[in-house]
Design a protein around this ligand. Structure first.
Ligand code: FPP
Length: 260
């Protein structure tokens, strides 16, 4: 059933069968979207939550395995307390309203970042939603909340250092794979595609280790305007890229062995 829907969508949008396995998005431009309409910033965040709903469904239907959204960085705590409070409220509302839709679309919810920094009621709501969707086998939706790429790497280094200290591991035996495994994203596929909206050309402390070989797509479109059409355009761009991983050229979609 899922494959039939996927095939129909590929045909409808003129996409090749090979899609990124793991898409990460820096959802930027909510404030500017609101400003342009003389609305409060929170109206932009609210509109941004609608984009999330649309793209989560589409990504799931296309058979993308994981979608990681940068919803709140550790730096975002520096925003005016009123905005932080409203963003947390919006997150709570999203979780309450969306679980049903996530279940319907077979989407499993996860988070990365320091959940303990979040208000208690949000932590509880998150735990409930994560548990409720734990059995889902379609898209994994990862919300990066109070997330910092550097903090995640630091944490991984501490775990490895503790093994060295206890004598279980020799310094010379440390591998890249061990670091990858110690990160909060260890159970997810490689991030092969990063999208950033609103035209800023920065990584902003997002998935620093994981983005090593990702294709990067930057669009001027503001996040609340980034809906199906924009996502399909981005995927088409991905499909036209040549992925070399430092080696020889591979045009995405040109080798059947890449197809899932
Ligand atoms: C950046 O826009 C966006 C954020 C800091 C938060 C992203 C949040 C949402 C999309 C909505 C809520 C999230 C969930 C999961 C329900 P900005 O405010 O920095 O925009 P600007 O650069 O134009 O000011």
């Amino acid at each position: 059933m899922q494959t039939v829907k996927k095939d129909a969508l590929l045909k409808k949008y003129h996409l090749k069968p090979v899609l990124p396995k793991h898409v990460a998005i820096i959802m930027d431009g909510n404030g500017r979207w609101a400003q342009k309409r003389h609305l409060p910033r929170i109206a932009g965040h609210r509109a941004g939550a609608h984009s999330i709903r649309e793209l989560v469904r589409l990504a799931g239907e296309l058979g993308i395995e994981a979608l990681t959204l940068y919803a709140f960085s550790t730096e975002n705590w520096k925003r005016p307390p009123q905005e932080v409070r409203l963003l947390m409220q919006l997150l709570k509302q999203y979780l309450r309203n969306e679980v049903k839709e996530l279940l319907q679309n077979n989407v499993r919810l996860q988070t990365i970042g320091n959940r303990k920094d979040l208000p208690g009621e949000i932590q509880k709501e998150l735990e409930k939603s994560i548990q409720a969707t734990a059995h889902c086998t379609g898209l994994t939706l990862v919300l990066a909340l109070s997330y910092s790429g550097r903090a995640d790497i630091t944490n991984a280094v501490k775990q490895i250092a503790a093994q060295v200290k206890s004598g279980k591991l020799k310094v010379d035996s440390i591998t890249e794979k061990m670091i990858t495994s110690a990160l909060s994203t260890s159970d997810l596929p490689e991030v092969d595609f990063l999208i950033r909206t609103s035209g800023e050309v920065r990584i902003s402390n997002f998935l620093l280790w994981e983005l090593a070989y990702s294709e990067i797509y930057i669009t001027k479109t503001l996040w609340p305007d980034f809906k199906t059409k924009s996502f399909i355009e981005a995927l088409k761009d991905f499909q036209g890229r040549q992925r070399r991983f430092g080696g020889v050229t591979n045009i995405i979609g040109s080798f059947t062995k890449w197809a899932r």
